[in-house]
Design a protein around this ligand. Sequence first.
Ligand code: NAD
Length: 256
Amino acid sequence: MGLLNGRKGVIFGVANEKSIAWAIAQILRKEGMELAFTYAGEALESRVVPLAESVGSKIIMPCDVTKDEEIEAVFKRIREEWGGLDALVHSLAFAKKEELKGEFMNTSREGFRIAMDVSAFSLVALAKAASPLMEGRNGAFVTLSYYGAEKVIANYNVMGVAKAALEASVKYLSADLGPKGIRINTISAGPVRTLAAMGITGFKQILDVVEAKSPLRRNVTQEDVAKTALYLLSELSSGVTGETIYVDSGFNIMGL
Ligand code: NAD
């Protein structure tokens, strides 16, 4: 008997088989959860649909999180087909490539707006749309952040500021959602080689530093992150909300 038998969840953020969201989806499915998937525009459809079908998903929909009508369509369909929802995975972020190098001061107004909209506000919009479907079911959300929300990481720039907004949003959302019996938490993941990570100038150096300096002396994998997502989306974490949980080989605890 799986931990999540009979439960239903929707995954935002699969781009390919290396995506953190895909590792999370696989572990949730293994524990019995029925899954819906969204993908960010037509270009990703041909990659995401086969992955979603391989885990038996019947709801696979486009959703660019900057488009309110696409968000609305996803939850309308989930309401019609499932009548409710138990879990939502928010594993997505975006900043223009030119914003992820050089001095943070040079961030453009438009670059700042886009990074904040896609990477932070989207969680607020999804929480508003999804939470009515989660009431009375002990629903839970999980989102993905990075240490650059708290400390300066070269080239992470506006994405660090967006992640700080994301982590603060989780705290405010947890206060709204808690009385409805719904939980929301952040995983602050160590660096993992994915499509999004490759956009960050000097990413290889970040991996090298974590391997050399973290208590576990290795980088984390998508599966390490997924196991904590399983905990946060299941009854195992029934008393936990509004938290940032580090899955980073312990890197964040190191001083000199
Ligand atoms: P990824 O490239 O596989 O996933 C990023 C996803 O964001 C993609 O599926 C992409 O389609 C989606 N996305 C971008 N713009 C979107 C939009 N407008 N609407 C909907 N979706 C959109 O990379 P990943 O590393 O798996 O990233 C997942 C999450 O993990 C992100 O929030 C990322 O910041 C976070 N994270 C990653 C690392 C890392 O080192 N890879 C570390 C810590 C946190």
